[in-house]
Write a protein that binds this ligand. Structure first.
Ligand SMILES: [Zn+2]
Length: 259
């Protein structure tokens, strides 16, 4: 039996056109950054670590001026991963595994607070991140200040069953970034939960089959989006989108378990 808790890793005000490649700029919206705590009998798994807490009090210092203007922080003081875990009575050292869906700043900002956890990252994601550290310029901008810490990064190749029992499975959903991954949680028979992260920002992206502007490889992202849609529409999985403001309003959040 597993439980899943929804944590607020930040709130960001941004232009809607960043989410949909067919929408003109000019409308802003506030979206959640979501982290999840999965309580499995053999250990706690944290999915993503949100935006670094420094960005709440000092956004320009943490994010740099261009990024702080593009993504305006709307987080309350406790909308960061360590405070959110405390709602569950947990400290960072209670987390056994951290899954980074990818290395954008709003998904790995709190990595440094988990020095004793094992981080699970797709190999192509880390390969691209290392290229950037060596000075390469890619279509992808991972955030070194957030991921580049002496942490126990374990690389996985494609689908990965974290505990070997099918309950927490990492799904390769490449395309948004070179090695993006989503997570499937099997809470019971016919009760799958899929945490898409940025493989699908919102329900609208999936329903209208529209990709965002920020991506690594459109063909690959399109394939990943189709795979996630198949899980939702053919296999009956419940999907939690990466940054869906509407869904966020309805989500049961920590300390109450989602499942
Ligand atoms: Zn992203």
């Amino acid at each position: 039996m597993v439980n899943v808790y929804v944590l607020c890793g930040g709130l960001i005000d941004l232009d809607r056109s960043g989410f949909f490649c067919d929408v003109a700029p000019g409308t802003r919206l506030t979206v959640p950054v979501i982290c999840f705590l999965i309580a499995h009998p053999r250990g706690h798994v944290l999915v993503d670590t949100g935006v670094h807490r420094q960005s709440i009090t000092d956004p320009v210092g943490r994010l740099g001026e261009p990024r702080a203007n593009r993504f305006r922080m709307r987080s309350a003081a406790t909308d960061e991963v360590v405070s959110q875990l405390a709602l569950l009575g947990l400290a960072p050292d209670d987390v056994r595994f951290v899954v980074n869906s990818h290395f954008h700043f709003d998904h790995c900002g709190g990595n440094e607070f988990f020095p004793h956890a094992t981080f699970l990252v797709q190999r192509p994601e880390m390969d691209a991140a290392r290229q950037v550290l060596s000075g390469a310029t890619l279509r992808y901008s991972p955030s070194p200040v957030d991921f580049d810490h002496p942490l126990d990064y374990r690389l996985v190749d494609g689908e990965h069953d974290v505990f070997g029992d099918g309950q927490v499975v990492l799904l390769p959903t490449y395309g948004h970034t070179p090695g993006h991954q989503s997570v499937r949680v099997r809470a019971g028979k016919g009760a799958d939960l899929v945490l898409t992260a940025d493989a699908c920002y919102t329900r609208e992206n999936m329903d209208r089959d529209v990709l965002p502007n920020v991506l690594w490889d459109p063909q690959e992202m399109s394939r990943s989006l189709a795979n996630l849609r198949e899980l939702r529409d053919r296999q009956g999985a419940t999907v939690i989108y990466g940054h869906d403001a509407g869904q966020w309003q309805e989500l049961v959040r920590a300390p109450t378990p989602l499942i």
